[in-house]
Design a protein around this ligand. Structure first.
Ligand SMILES: Nc1nc2c(ncn2[C@@H]2O[C@H](COP(=O)(O)OP(=O)(O)OP(=O)(O)O)[C@@H](O)[C@H]2O)c(=O)[nH]1
Ligand SMILES: [Mg+2]
Length: 413
């Protein structure tokens, strides 16, 4: 097991939040099987361009490396290519940053073709400007488990071109996947089944909530993976759910967010996150037992970055049955438990309230030779009354504004 020192820099924020971020970094390192031996937090007025931290701190870290027999030093913020190179040279062990660590976790967790391509793309975006970082990696070409940088400078231009070519190939493949998704999205839109996406910080309980909702609504469907692990879910799972006598909706579970999520990942996860961008409603899931406003803020920030911040959302706090206090949030939320299922029903009501708030009751007269329309309505709508008359079948039902337009000619005034 590799042994690590974690390093954070406190520039004019409170030290507590830097320490909290370092604790999270420890969890992230742990996800890769790296054991944290010590954490260093430097209070400073500004970043030192050469090493990120001050040169005195670098000497201190060097001593700790010897005493604690450290293999790797992990910085809590993104290092510039030059800083990476200088630090590796002076510390003589492997140096990585939070972005690189997160991408490495994504790499081992990725299961689907889409997620694998997206992670590979992010890693290439990340490595491109860092090809010049030589330092240690030159002497251990190809070695180093978490080798962030490329080989020697002589091959620099060749490598750069190779990476650019690979980026192009991955982008092409992802484009194909995106097109396929576009087709199924159009099909859904045609059937007018609304989409609800679960979003939120990693480990908040999104996948568990998907399972709770599908247990309550569709009793027989297969469960998705829920696990006490950072980034348990990396790809998107969609399920059609439906409350008895109500129209169905599609529920989408997807990748979680984390503080200081690398831009390379946000950018390359476009295909996976496109499900969020096209949703009709977002359920913002937050851990209610270990409540932290930062998790809400980070999620909102990422939603803004991907262009999904205009979508209506419902705030949900999980783990109610183990929470010791009631979190203070300056917006309404539903506090529920995926274990006891308390308040899952309230969430279902809220989902229907949001999705179908513009729906109205109408009576449709369906001619006898259009019987298939009756089955479509039975499948997708709430039927309040069916009456058979001489000139056709009269159906009293609830229509969405889109359906009202679509069925205009059958609507009875
Ligand atoms: N006690 C309790 N634990 C919960 C509840 N909801 C989720 N959990 C636990 O929290 C952990 C994370 O749950 P997941 O559903 O995998 O979280 P996620 O948001 O999907 O996480 P990522 O896929 O990593 O983004 C698991 O160990 C769940 O069993 C809850 O209501 N109560
Ligand atoms: Mg999950």
């Amino acid at each position: 097991m590799d042994k690590a020192i974690l390093v954070g820099l406190n520039i004019n924020q409170d030290e507590q939040s830097v320490l909290k971020s370092l604790d999270e970094l420890e969890h992230l390192a742990d996800a890769l099987g790296i054991k944290t031996k010590d954490k260093v937090c430097q209070n400073a007025k500004k970043i030192t361009p050469k090493y990120y931290v001050g040169s005195g701190k670098v000497l201190e870290i060097k001593k700790m490396i010897e005493i604690l027999d450290i293999d790797i030093v992990i910085f809590d913020d993104t290092l510039s290519p030059a800083q990476l190179k200088n630090l590796e040279k002076d510390l003589d062990v492997q140096v990585i940053d939070r972005s690189f660590l997160i991408m490495s976790i994504f790499a081992i967790r990725a299961q689907t073709k889409e997620a694998k391509l997206e992670v590979a793309l992010a890693q290439k975006y990340y490595s491109l400007p860092r090809l010049i970082g030589l330092g240690n990696s030159l002497s251990r070409q190809g070695g180093g488990t978490y080798n962030a940088k490329g080989p020697g400078e002589t091959k620099l231009e060749l490598d750069r071109r190779k990476i650019l070519r690979e980026i192009g190939q991955i982008q092409d493949e992802l484009e194909k996947i995106k097109k396929e998704k576009e087709v199924s999205r159009k099909r859904r839109a045609k059937n007018q089944i609304p989409v609800v996406a679960l979003v939120g910080y990693t480990n908040a309980g999104k996948s568990s909530l998907m399972n709770s909702l599908s247990e309550s609504l569709n009793h027989d469907s297969e469960a998705v993976l829920e696990k006490d692990m950072l980034f348990a879910t990396l790809s998107t799972k969609a399920k059609k759910l439906q409350k008895d006598n109500y129209p169905p909706f599609i529920l989408v579970d997807t990748v979680g967010f984390v503080n200081k999520l690398p831009h390379e990942l946000v950018r390359s996860f476009e295909s996976t996150l496109s499900d969020v961008v096209h949703a009709d409603l977002l359920i913002h899931v937050v851990d209610g037992a270990y409540f932290d406003q930062l998790q809400i803020d980070v999620t909102k920030q990422v939603l803004k970055e991907i262009g999904a911040d205009h979508i209506e959302n419902v705030l949900v706090l999980t783990k109610k049955e183990i929470a010791t206090l009631i979190p203070k949030v300056d917006e309404d939320y539903i506090f529920l438990s995926n274990r006891t299922k308390e308040n899952i029903d309230s969430l279902i009501d809220a989902i229907y309230g949001h999705l179908f708030k513009d729906n109205r009751i109408h009576v449709l007269k369906i001619p006898f030779d259009e019987g298939s329309l009756i089955s479509t309505l039975n499948e997708n709508n709430t039927i309040l009354e069916t009456r058979y008359a001489e000139d056709g079948t009269y159906i009293k039902t609830i229509l969405t504004p889109d359906q009202l337009r679509q069925y205009q000619k059958y609507v009875q005034k």
